[in-house]
Design a protein around this ligand. Structure first.
Ligand code: FES
Ligand SMILES: [Fe+2]
Length: 408
């Protein structure tokens, strides 16, 4: 093998550390230090169970008779059949195969065919869960769960906000999507490619000067297009982005959007969204928001893979918001392959955000590998002010290029 091939192979080996997520990998251990969204609340009915895959682990999510959600391992401890195919009994779950029953901590509490031989000491996993604004979050780490603190929680908790959720199951590695959040240049191209809708209209083709700085919560991105056109956004470690986007019509206020990229496994990623319409929105605006999401909120570009890659034409002209933006991002991100070959890239100056992102991750992964304390990330005391509707709360500044939006 030539020296160049060896070098390439070594780079590939390093980059692989960024894309893993299983419990034994450094990245898997790092990601398990954070609450992660794993499902939409509405998908788990009372007294029923569904399978969930998160961070490479098969899991069973079920809603007990009390309405409370519980999360345990995906397979029965006896002979490993899938637990979600069984029955929910009170707050416990019973296996379909021979009736072993497990409580919410994963302890076996009943083995009907074993008479009085006692219970096995080994448990299946059991994890804390909580529901928040339509999403189900879980803590898959060891020991006590950290405080449930999401970036800018208060924004979505204001009296009178209207919330909608999104969930898209993309068939590519999660880290490509995280990198896309640190890529302000893509907005000027990807989201202009089909120049329609509020997204296309609100971005400009002028390419910003970019700078990045590490904060207590993640990375602050500054995109400067001119003296009075400077936009900042705060990305939250390890896999959350908060952006603002124009409303459905020019009369509607801008929306806050929170996006998480959950690795289901190395080749699949679920994007979870909270869309939040501010309380000051008019009744007409709230109605528009609700009916739009009822009609178009379930679009998933991955379900249209072949059609999108073949035609690159947006066939749904009425939906120029969620669906169009997702389709545009999907074409560029999924187009990099399911796991992109970073060892073959050629980065430029404008990729400074991606370089910083990777450097931070590598630093944290090294700490994990050495068994040391990782950085204690915490919410920003002073997050940057994100763009709002032109004229709404602006002081004479032009809002032509909200670069912090659409970087999803
Ligand atoms: S496999 Fe579950 S009880 Fe036997
Ligand atoms: Fe994008």
């Amino acid at each position: 093998m030539s020296a160049m091939d060896k070098h390439r192979e070594e780079r590939a080996r390093q980059f692989r550390r960024l894309t893993e997520c299983g419990p034994d990998s450094d990245m898997g251990k790092l990601l398990r230090k954070f609450w992660q969204p794993i499902e939409l609340s509405e998908n788990v009915e009372l007294d029923s169970a569904i399978p969930v895959k998160a961070l490479g682990e098969e899991l069973t999510l079920y809603r007990g008779a009390s309405g409370k959600l519980h999360l345990v391992g995906g397979r029965c401890a006896h002979r490993r059949t899938l637990l979600h195919t069984g029955w929910v009994v009170g707050e416990e779950i019973r296996c379909i195969y021979h009736g072993w029953q497990f409580d919410a901590t994963g302890a076996c509490v009943n083995r009907p065919a074993e008479k009085d031989t006692g219970m096995p000491r080994t448990k299946i996993p059991g994890y804390p869960v909580r529901e928040y604004q339509g999403l189900v979050f879980a803590y898959l780490g060891e020991g006590e769960a950290p405080e449930f603190d999401l970036p800018r929680k208060p924004l979505t908790e204001r009296e009178g906000v209207v919330i909608a959720n999104g969930m898209e199951r993309w068939d590519n590695n999660w880290f490509q999507q995280v990198e896309n959040s640190m890529d302000a240049v893509h907005v000027s191209f990807v989201h202009m490619a089909l120049t329609v809708g509020p997204f296309g209209k609100a971005v400009t083709t002028s390419i910003p000067e970019l700078s990045y700085e590490e904060t207590s919560a993640g990375i602050r991105q500054t995109a400067r297009r001119s003296e009075n056109n400077v936009r900042q956004s705060d990305w939250t470690f390890p896999n959350n982005n908060h952006i603002t986007v124009p409303g459905l019509t020019p009369e509607d206020p801008w929306l806050d959007v929170f996006v998480w990229m959950l690795p289901n496994d190395e080749l699949n990623t679920t994007r979870f969204m909270i869309y939040s319409l501010p309380p000051e929105a008019s009744e007409a605006s709230k109605m528009r928001f609700r009916s739009y999401f009822a009609k178009y909120g379930k679009y998933d570009p991955a379900a249209h893979h072949d059609e999108l890659f073949r035609s690159r034409v947006w066939k749904n002209p009425e939906d120029t918001f969620v669906g169009l933006t997702a389709a545009q991002d999907y074409l560029s991100i999924r187009g990099q392959e399911r796991i992109t070959k970073r060892e073959d890239e050629m980065l430029g100056r404008s990729d400074a955000g991606i370089v910083m992102l990777r450097r931070i991750f590598f630093r944290e992964l090294d700490l994990i590998r050495e068994g040391q304390e990782v950085k204690q990330w915490k919410s920003l005391e002073q997050p940057v002010v994100l763009p709002t509707q032109p004229g709404a709360e602006e002081e004479g500044e032009s809002v032509k290029a909200p670069t912090s939006m659409a970087q999803t």
